[in-house]
Design a protein. Sequence first.
Length: 115
Amino acid sequence: MRVALIAMLLAASCKQQPQPARQSGPGEVTEIAVTEKGFEPDRIRTAPGQQVTLRFTRKVAQTCADAVEVQGDPVRHMLPLNAPVEVKVTAPKSGQLAFACPMDMYRGTIVVVAQ
Ligand SMILES: [Cu+2]
């Protein structure tokens, strides 16, 4: 609870600054489409240690990205066509967290940005 509160306060105190386009805040869901180009967006910024919900929706039938795997998560999340699948991840304290299709051809990155 305390961590969530601090995260909310941090988010509130940052309101004056221009927000990056794909910032994922507390409790927010980040929509990620799977298209012929791969994951869109493929870069999501978030705060250190933030819980992030990624909602993947596969929009193309012919793609090898019919599932997604998140670094450090042993679960392969299947992505049925046009059916949103929510994947909860916790951002590391710094650095990045990668996600990719099972063959590691299409990739995305969650970038931790210190607030
Ligand atoms: Cu692939």
